[in-house]
Design a protein around this ligand. Structure first.
Ligand SMILES: Cc1cc2nc3c(=O)[nH]c(=O)nc-3n(C[C@H](O)[C@H](O)[C@H](O)COP(=O)(O)OP(=O)(O)OC[C@H]3O[C@@H](n4cnc5c(N)ncnc54)[C@H](O)[C@@H]3O)c2cc1C
Length: 479
């Protein structure tokens, strides 16, 4: 081991190699969750020739080598599972060339994203590269070796597609050039007019060779950038809007994200659209095109929702008619004030569900129906269900508690499913109604399904006018 240490010092100098425990501890891990494993040496070369000599030494001594940029890929890729050498590339950080007319840059294998960005901003403000959202200290060679994605991926492909040439040290120590730099001084293309051999290295995570130089395509950097954002809870419609937006071929980037917390984000897909231009006119023109796509989206949404509501309202109308038919004759003849409600239930929901009496009258009618139930001598189905000791009762209560919990934690769709089952069984209706009303008052006033479920609960609870009001609210929200 001491011979190897000395050999490494001979190659990179004593400042470029270490086997101090604190260094080995640091280089044994990345910030991800995988178990650490210590290397035997950390070596930081400064040139392709030094990399070559290190690889040759490692080959002779049968020592594994793991190249490392900034160690931020978080997947354990730079953890040296078999010990050996971690080759820290960060001292190879020179920007060797920017060919502005041919729009490419040539960089050493440890150059960071932030360094290239800063260099271009200062020296070539009309040029940019496809910057990932990774920390700026991460390296460009590492990123292309894992097919990274950046701000221009939407338009031009993976960052590895933007490579215009490579210099690589192979496992036996040969130095190999790929693409146009293998036949001349220019780094404009990794393939044509030669066979494209870059696939032997790009995507191989450093396992087939160590990238010591990389040519990278540059793109126009526009003066103005703007952003639009819209949010939908319809995951099924997201691919279509993305298809339409990308069809414009005028957007810099589109970012779709969702996250469960905080609660306001739950169930929502945020679509962030970036676009750029060199003039105000360009940047003002693009939002009009985006708006057209959004209008198409809204009409698709309205069609789908209308289909759903038609289906569910059809079922609800049938249920109401059945309930009315089942009502005891003397109850339906109790007084005239019930008639508008019962008549309403037989009409088409779309055309006839106008509130026809004052809220006061409606309240009276409902109270009478409920009190009709209260004086019944037969134990109700609901009573049976909640009778203490009954197995179904405790299952029902568990489900109710579960649904309440789901609702307050923002899992609205799931809570609706559980509520619907309870409503079907005709149990805990009052409790369900008050919970949904509370949620609509405070958190989800524009949730169509929640309004429909409230309507269902009122319907089963024989509060017909309130059921109609809730369904009307759902319909209003749709239009
Ligand atoms: C907050 C955050 C956001 C991120 N966002 C993005 C993103 O938008 N897009 C994206 O693509 N990634 C993203 N990443 C993942 C990752 O950070 C990047 O892919 C980054 O480019 C990795 O660079 P690195 O220098 O840290 O690579 P490292 O982790 O050091 O290395 C990655 C792989 O490349 C190999 N390697 C390193 N240098 C060389 C070399 N010179 N020659 C050959 N092989 C080499 C290593 O052995 C390893 O297999 C993100 C990470 C974080 C933490």
């Amino acid at each position: 081991m001491s011979n190897i240490l000395q050999s490494l010092i001979d190659i990179v100098g004593d400042k470029g190699v270490s086997n101090a425990p604190e260094e080995l501890w640091f280089y044994s891990r990345d910030p991800g969750v995988l178990a650490p494993h210590k290397p035997d040496f950390v070596v930081a070369p400064k040139s392709t020739e030094e990399v070559q000599k290190i690889v040759q030494l490692a080959g002779r001594e049968n020592i594994p080598v793991v190249p490392m940029g900034n160690g931020m890929s978080l997947a354990g890729l730079v953890i040296p599972l078999k010990g050996g050498i971690v080759l820290d590339m960060k001292r190879m950080n020179k920007i060797l060339e920017v060919n502005a007319m041919a729009r490419y840059a040539v960089l050493e294998g440890g150059t960071s994203q932030g360094a290239l960005k800063a260099y271009l901003q200062k020296n070539h403000p009309t040029l940019r590269h496809s910057l990932p959202d990774a920390p700026p200290t991460t390296t460009i060679a590492a990123n292309v070796s894992l097919h990274g994605q950046g701000r221009l991926t939407n338009q031009y492909g993976f960052n590895s597609d933007m490579v215009t040439g490579l210099e690589v040290v192979l496992p036996a120590g040969e130095i190999c050039r790929i693409g146009s730099p293998s036949i001349g001084p220019y780094w404009f293309s990794k393939g044509p007019t030669l066979p494209d051999l870059s696939g032997l290295f790009l995507g191989w995570l450093g396992s087939t060779g160590i990238i010591t130089k990389v040519g990278l395509k540059l793109f126009p950097n526009k003066k103005i950038r703007d952003v639009e954002l819209f949010v939908t809870d319809r995951a099924d419609l997201v691919p279509k809007i993305l298809y339409k937006l990308t069809h414009l071929e005028m957007l810099e980037d589109i970012n779709v994200w969702f996250q469960p917390k905080p609660q306001m984000f739950l169930g929502n897909f945020h679509i962030t659209i970036f676009f750029t231009g060199d003039t105000e006119e360009e940047v003002e023109f693009i939002p009009g095109l985006i708006e057209e796509q959004k209008q198409d989206f809204m009409s698709d949404l309205a069609d789908l929702e209308a289909e759903n509501v038609e289906d569910s309202l059809g079922t609800q109308t049938e249920e109401m008619e059945e309930q009315v038919e089942e009502m005891p004759q003397e109850e339906s003849e109790l007084d005239q004030e019930q008639e508008p409600i019962l008549a309403g239930s037989e009409m088409s929901l779309e055309t006839e569900f106008e509130p026809e009496e004052s809220p006061g009258e409606s309240e009276i009618a409902e109270t009478e129906l409920v009190s009709g139930e209260e004086i019944s001598e037969e134990p109700t189905e609901e009573f049976d269900e909640i009778f203490p000791g009954s197995e179904e009762a405790s299952k029902g209560i568990d489900n109710l508690e579960e649904a309440k919990k789901l609702l307050t934690s923002g899992e609205v769709d799931q809570s609706i499913n559980v509520f619907k089952d309870l409503i079907k069984e005709n149990i805990f209706l009052e409790d369900i109604i008050s919970n949904i009303q509370n949620a609509l008052d405070h958190h989800y006033p524009i949730n169509i399904d929640l309004w429909k479920t409230l309507g269902d609960a009122f319907l089963k609870n024989k509060q017909f006018q309130k059921a109609l009001d809730a369904y009307s609210k759902a319909e209003d929200l749709l239009s």
